[in-house]
Ligand binder design. Structure first.
Ligand code: F6R
Length: 604
């Protein structure tokens, strides 16, 4: 949530900052701003409520000269979106200017203490308090920016990633991290600070990821990494494997559409990277996932949020938990209960909190993560990476199907190691799993029927999504996708629950999306569809190709090829994503940047 960029080098900072902010805009987009240190030693700030295009318009006739600067795109936490609350924020004199992601939990207490010392504030943000805190530490005797920053951060509770400019030290940037992601891009005589590698890959692939309570002091000639006590720390530079093109729209009208269409490739990459095709072994990073550990497990809890929670729910043989609840319930954990954390970003605060609780209790943690070197990936004992590539659209699509695919690969492996599946069954299942990308390609080859359904239902105020068994999570995910990008009120239900209350809402033309592909719950789904039909609801069935009966009881049918029931959530996800997409498009929504949302939820 929120995007940070910082630049120091030989190029004009403004251009790099604006370009970086555009690449990070999916992390927050209610206001944004930049600050550049001009050659005469003054920091000039320009910030604006709304999208980066507003800021660009503001800067059209004005170029902020300078080769050092910072920029921020915001997702509001403290104070509504406004020019005043947009970052960067400065201290009383404007000499210290900073940007921050995360939440300062004791900001009220700090603000009051600073007020008593005569500080006054222009915004409602916790970030402005940090700028004044640095100033206060200069007043307390700190001699340098890094010293003042260290002292200030020791007074802060909460999460932060920040980047600071100071007029009296015009040749450097200071950056720090605790609980919110931050990295340094290492170029040739130039450095880039960012909350996300997406903003810097056009410039450099060489990256240093910061850990909690680490600070960087960056000049054009190099950088030093220290901890909060000033002790120097070793730095390891990694290579970003994503290409710049992967983070571009590549001719598609939105990132979301591109990412929906990338699913066959993402799944092929993911499956071939998690299972060694020669040995059938799982390719785990981190500690080895030994057969001994897998055989000793008595239970697996899955923790994740939102779409990743739905991916986890597809594996209903284990216990899925809302990460935001799990961590506070303090469930009984032990070394025989594995915690499986699923996350695209690898930064989701609640999921991270859950794995920390699990690790404290000695439970082994397996992460299914998309972003390499993310915090959850680094803190998990074992990691299976989804190879979905960068997911920029705020609504998760290719990460979801890749997460389900990895979970299946892991489950099959687990079952084989524990002797719970025969070799023949394992091989048959694996063959069908590996064929899913081809099946998805067939669904994507003809989106016309899905567009037509979207045209018939787009103006509904409310809708239901029904599914059973493996496709109950599909119903939840279909509803989530539609509500988040089109703002239609959508509820996902286990179809059997309908008659216990929700059916009261069914009346003429009320859309009900029923996931009714062939499998063990098919007949029960048909009964649920009949119940809706009897009350004149408008039934859109997702059904198996060749199912003629379903046409006689539904208003619309979208067909998909038949696959084994367990794999059907992977295939059924595609029409549900596309339906949400085309409904949102007709409703004129900003699909890649839905209202109030942001990618990577790093606050509680
Ligand atoms: C919905 C969506 C969110 C995320 C959730 C978890 O389309 O994207 O619900 O799935 O915030 O995010 P990650 O997977 O990054 O932990």
């Amino acid at each position: 949530m929120c995007g940070i960029v910082g630049y120091i080098g030989a190029r004009e900072a403004q251009d790099i900052l604006i370009d970086g902010l555009k690449r990070l805009e999916y992390r927050g987009y209610d206001s944004c701003g930049i600050a550049v240190l001009s050659p005469d030693g003054q920091i000039i700030v320009s910030k604006k409520e709304g999208r980066i295009s507003n800021l660009e318009a503001e800067l059209r006739d004005e170029h902020l000269p300078g080769t050092i600067g910072i920029g921020h795109t915001r997702w509001a936490t403290h104070g509504k979106p406004s020019d005043e609350n947009a970052h960067p924020h400065g201290d009383s004199s404007g000499a210290t200017v900073l940007i921050q992601n995360g939440t300062v939990e004791n900001y009220n207490e700090l603000k009051e203490a600073l007020r008593l010392k005569g500080h006054s504030f222009l915004s409602e943000t916790d970030t402005e308090v940090l700028a004044h805190l640095v100033e206060d530490e200069f007043d307390n005797g700190a001699a340098t920016l890094i010293e003042a920053t260290r002292a200030a951060l020791k007074r802060v509770r909460g999460a932060y990633a920040l980047c600071i400019l100071h007029e009296k030290e015009p040749d450097r940037l200071v950056a720090a991290r605790s609980g919110a992601p931050l990295l340094l891009g290492v170029g040739d005589g130039e450095y880039f600070v960012s909350s996300d590698a997406a903003s810097i890959i056009p410039y450099t692939r060489r990256v240093l990821y910061l850990n909690d309570e680490e600070l960087l002091e960056i000049t054009r000639d190099g950088f030093t990494k220290t901890n909060l006590d000033g002790a120097p720390l070793e730095s390891t530079i990694s290579e970003v494997t994503w290409s710049a093109e992967e983070a571009e729209k590549g001719g598609y009208e939105t990132f979301m559409l591109k990412e929906i269409f990338e699913q066959p490739a993402a799944l092929r990459r993911t499956l071939s990277s998690v299972i060694d095709p020669k040995t059938g072994e799982l390719c785990v990073e981190g500690k080895p996932l030994t057969a001994e550990l897998l055989r000793s497990l008595t239970d697996i809890s899955i923790v994740s949020c939102g779409t990743a929670l739905h991916a986890g729910m597809v594996g209903t043989y284990v216990h899925t938990d809302w990460a935001s609840e799990f961590r506070y319930r303090r469930p009984k954990l032990n070394p025989r209960r594995m915690v499986l954390a699923i996350s695209q970003s690898g930064e989701t605060y609640d999921t991270l909190g859950s794995i920390r609780v699990a690790k404290e209790a000695g439970a082994p943690v397996l992460g299914i993560i998309n972003v390499r070197e993310s915090t959850i990936a680094r803190e998990s004992d074992h990691v299976l990476y989804t190879q979905a590539g960068p997911e920029i659209g705020v609504a998760s699509t290719k990460a979801y199907t890749s997460q389900i695919a990895v979970m299946y690969a892991f489950t099959l492996y687990l079952a084989r190691v524990r002797g719970e599946i025969s070799d023949d069954d394992y091989e048959a299942f694996m063959r069908e799993l590996l064929a899913v990308p081809d099946v998805i390609e067939r669904v994507l080859a003809d989106v016309e029927p899905i567009k037509q359904v979207a045209e018939r239902v787009y103006d509904a105020r409310s809708s239901f999504y029904l599914g059973r068994g493996f496709n109950f999570p599909s119903a939840l995910e279909g509803a989530l996708k539609n509500k988040e990008i089109s703002y239609m009120h959508c509820e996902g239900y286990a179809a059997g629950e309908m008659k216990h209350g929700p059916i009261a809402l069914i009346q003429a033309r009320f859309p009900v999306f029923a996931i009714c592909t062939k499998g063990s719950t098919y007949e029960k789904m048909v009964t649920n569809i009949e119940q809706v039909g009897a009350r004149n609801g408008y039934i859109v069935a997702i059904a198996t190709e060749g199912d003629d009966h379903i046409k006689t009881i539904s208003d619309e049918v979208i067909t998909v090829p038949e696959v084994r029931e367990e794999l059907s959530p992977l295939v059924n996800a595609i029409p549900l994503q596309l339906l949400a997409y085309y409904i949102a498009r007709i409703r004129g929504c900003d699909i890649d940047k839905p209202r109030n949302l942001a990618k990577s939820v790093t606050v509680e």
